[in-house]
Design a protein around this ligand. Sequence first.
Ligand SMILES: [Zn+2]
Length: 142
Amino acid sequence: MSAYIPVELQRQIRTRFFNTCAYCRTAERLTGMTFEFEHIIPRALGGETRFENLCFACPNCNRYKADRQTEVDPLTEQIVSLFHPQLQVWNEHFAWSDDGQELVGLSPIGRATIVALKMNRSQLVWARGLWVKLGEHPPKWE
Ligand SMILES: [Zn+2]
């Protein structure tokens, strides 16, 4: 479901997330794709179109997240909330593998979000390998 997002609000969201997916941290400019503005709490569940409820997301993360709010943590098998890019700190829930190609979940939320959004999908892991060789990955922010 798409919603009108004023240009100034789009600019603020892009700046907040450095033109990078708020979940998998893929940089938009490396992909050749146009990233999307995602409602963290879905509109279908009452989420509003405002800064605090929006993030920048690659088309894959946005599609896999859809209206999901929870997932099972594969380690503890508990149902937990997905990562909230505006309220939670990415580095507290995710880290990069030593080779920079895979995301590692540091918390139940991180692990569950990696599963739900397929953040280590094989095509993306392969592409990250190229970006590492180019010195463009992992992204350096925070
Ligand atoms: Zn993503």
